[in-house]
Design a protein around this ligand. Structure first.
Ligand SMILES: [Zn+2]
Length: 751
């Protein structure tokens, strides 16, 4: 007990003793620290004043760009197999900060020289003016942000960046930096131009899918904030940009390119034929899946280069363009070129309407299909003779023959039996007069272009029965036609089947949607039978591709005013004949020929397109091919049919796989570059498009072997410069999936 007390006392006295000694030491320490601070301050002052340019540049530039926005990457538009139809590429704007360039005399010349040598396109007069002007100003008044070149690629700025980093040559290059943004790029040029549309500089879609899906394709702009904290240290917070979603279209780039090839061929073949100009005023082609409403191809000619939509030099002479620019009509010319004929233009359908009239009469029980009519070449209605297409008369004619031979007189009898109330009700049921609501911008309103029960007289009913006196759009016709031949299911026509995020996960799937039943399945079977007869017996024989049985209906309609000998001719068909899967509709608006009244201009186009498209779509030949047909097929050589799929698949082989057989080259140092020239198709230098969110990947760990960053979420290799996910799984379409690689931008194919 006593000892314990003693011990405690001893400790206490020791503590006190130490405290006294410490006080002295503390005073010393205090002065030491104080002098250290003074020294540091002097040092800082020294740095700041004399050679702290790097530091200053950093602070200044951060102040400059701090409250700046971070651009998002607008989502891609892909075809059904993953072929890139529209994408956004990272580009750079060249900014000159005059305050930094002019900060020291010795920076000016090296910087200007470097700009000149690396960027020959830079406006040197403007650069000199900018620098001279700011030189006159007070240091703090000097401009720090002026764009001198826009949308440079990384390859274009790389030489400058290298020079700037060179310890010797780059030491005095100051005040140049590169602002990142994205540029819309269409790898296939004019392919599906009317359908895809393009964007304005502020990421606003104009026409087509770009406009309709604008909000989905666009992401959210990010922001980089910077502020000085209490200790005057620059703090930065980054709210990263959120990239837009990608739209996977129902389009098939191969079918699309086949259709466009023949439309363009037609335009050239008949150019300057009966009149000056292209082979027709307009040409349109839609290829649709009968049982889904998915559009495989939608083409109209002339098209335009999506990467340069205002280039109209192929259609007008420089003089004409100058004149149009002068009087402002050039925008009418643009609009005419950019609009999508297949959905935006209306016309009288002509005889392609006949299967609709017959179907509605059968469906409502007005006729049985066993009727026989008498055609003398015309029929008088309301005091006016209305002519048959065959002015000599078809004689006795059955309902089936009326469709096959396209007899107007029989159709007038059929519509009369049906009555205007039924006729008009079925027109609405087939969606005429209404928008189809296809997911494209620019669909025409047709509500005022039809007669109703209230204003339809006997004459109008008669002419309507064979497709005159009312207007439709191509998309209305083919969508309604699909319901005629698929058992009566009216599908909403569609261009986009899936929305995916940048990492490839599905955000939304758009399933085929049946909107209504137009006719009964048995009537549908009858219509297929009739339309098959059109191609075997009737007016559509020239539409049949060698080796196939197809069905369809021809159409010719004289444009207004009547008697001008100007026609819209068309063919609407399907294949195979016994089980329609693919529907096709081709419209030739005023072919450039002396005698326009001939559906063959359309049937031959259909034949050419189907000859290439059907084998590609996996629809097999069922009919014998004659020797002559075989010769024609051989001559065609169908070399381009699989063009886009080959591109996409060969690209998919490359990015991630180490070139296994490339041992001779030594182990690859940089990912797939190791084995040069392996396997014919090997050309792995292209980037895959993938996830990129601001520059967030630069916070990831680096793979010491490849130099790429590694995404902690996916384990994928990330391109250190572009932020592209080099292993982005495509998840798009079975072909891409099988190949197991990413979706490849089709930049190799300048079309
Ligand atoms: Zn007739």
């Amino acid at each position: 007990m006593a000892e314990q007390r003693k011990e405690r006392k001893r400790i206490k006295s020791t503590e006190r003793k130490f405290t006294l000694r410490m006080q002295k030491k503390l005073v010393v320490l205090f002065f030491l620290v104080l002098s250290a601070f003074v020294g540091l301050s002097i040092k800082l002052f020294y740095i700041g004043k004399d050679n702290g340019k790097e530091y200053e540049k950093q602070v200044l530039s951060q102040q400059q760009y701090d409250s700046t926005t971070l651009p998002f990457k607008r989502g891609d538009i892909l075809d059904r197999n993953g072929t890139v139809l529209a994408t956004s590429e990272r580009v750079y704007n060249l900014i000159v900060d005059s305050k930094l360039v002019l900060d020291k005399e010795e920076y000016l010349q090296p910087t200007v020289n470097a700009l000149r040598s690396c960027f020959p396109d830079i406006d040197q007069t403007e650069l000199n003016r900018y620098l001279n002007e700011n030189k006159e100003k007070d240091k703090n008044q000097r401009a720090q942000y002026k764009i001198f070149l826009r949308q440079l690629t990384y390859e274009e700025i790389e030489p400058f960046l290298d020079l700037e980093e060179d310890p010797k040559k780059g030491a005095n290059i100051k005040g140049v930096w590169f602002e990142k943004e994205y540029k819309r790029y269409y790898p296939n040029g004019s392919l599906a131009s009317d359908v895809i549309g393009f964007i304005t500089e502020d990421n606003k879609g104009t026409f087509g899918l770009e406009e309709y899906y604008n909000d989905i394709l666009n992401g959210t702009t990010g922001r980089e904030y910077g502020y000085l904290n209490d200790d005057s240290i620059l703090e930065r917070t980054v709210k990263p940009a959120v990239d837009g979603y990608t739209a996977v279209s129902t389009l098939d780039a191969n079918v699309q390119s086949i259709a466009e090839k023949y439309l363009n061929k037609f335009m050239e073949e008949y150019r300057d034929n009966a009149r000056e100009g292209l082979g027709a005023n307009n040409l349109g082609c839609i290829v649709m899946e009968v049982d889904t409403g998915n559009v495989l191809a939608m083409a109209s000619a002339p098209g335009f280069d999506l990467n340069d939509p205002k280039d109209i030099s192929a259609l007008y002479t420089p003089e004409e363009i100058a004149a149009m620019e002068a009087d402002g009509t050039v925008y009418d010319a643009y609009n005419q070129l950019w609009r999508n004929y297949c959905i935006s233009d209306t016309y009288e359908p002509g005889s392609t309407m006949k299967p609709f009239t017959v179907a509605s009469a059968l469906d409502c029980g007005a006729i049985t299909g066993n009727e026989v009519y008498m055609c003398n070449g015309k029929r008088e209605i309301g005091g006016w003779p209305i002519a048959c297409h065959n002015t000599y008369g078809d004689g006795e004619i059955t309902v089936k023959q009326a469709v096959e031979k396209s007899c107007n007189v029989a159709l007038m009898y059929i519509a009369e039996a049906e009555g205007k109330n039924n006729f008009c009700a079925y027109q609405r049921n087939f969606n005429f007069g209404l928008k189809t609501n296809i997911d494209l911008a620019g669909e025409a309103r047709t509500v005022g272009l039809l007669y109703t029960e209230d204003n339809m007289g006997p004459t109008e009913l008669a002419t309507n029965s064979f497709g005159q006196s009312f207007n439709v759009t191509m998309i209305q016709m083919i969508t309604g036609f699909c319901s005629l031949i698929n058992g009566g299911n009216y599908y909403e026509p569609h261009m986009v089947s899936r929305i995916i995020s940048q990492d490839g996960s599905t955000v939304q799937t758009i399933e085929p949607r049946v909107l209504k039943q137009t006719i009964s399945p048995s009537v549908s079977d009858t219509i297929v039978d009739y339309c098959n007869g059109v191609v075997t017996e009737g007016t559509g024989v020239t539409a049949r591709p060698a080796g196939y049985a197809i069905g369809g209906k021809t159409g010719t309609a004289e444009t207004l005013p009547r008697g001008n000998d100007e026609y819209v001719v068309s063919f609407m068909g399907y294949a195979p004949a016994d089980d329609p899967q693919i529907a096709i509709y081709v419209v030739v608006d005023r072919p450039n020929v002396a005698d326009q009244d001939d559906a063959k201009f359309a049937t031959k186009l259909v034949r050419s397109i189907l000859t290439e498209a059907l084998p590609y779509l996996g629809i097999f030949m069922t009919e014998e091919v004659t020797e002559k047909e075989q010769e024609e097929l051989d001559a065609l050589q169908l070399e381009n049919t699989n063009h886009y799929r080959q591109q996409a698949v060969s690209g998919n082989d490359i990015p991630t796989e180490e070139a296994g057989e490339g041992g001779a080259e030594g182990t690859g140092e940089e990912g797939g570059d190791g084995g040069t020239g392996t396997g014919g198709a090997g050309d792995g230098e292209e980037d895959t498009e993938g996830a990129s969110r601001g520059e967030i990947w630069k916070t990831f760990e680096k793979d010491p072997e490849t130099g790429n960053y590694i995404d902690p979420d996916t384990g994928h290799q990330i391109d250190p410069e572009t932020g592209h996910d080099l292993e982005a799984g495509s998840l798009i379409g079975p072909q891409a999936g099988v190949a197991g690689g990413g979706v490849q931008p089709d930049t190799k194919d300048p079309r």
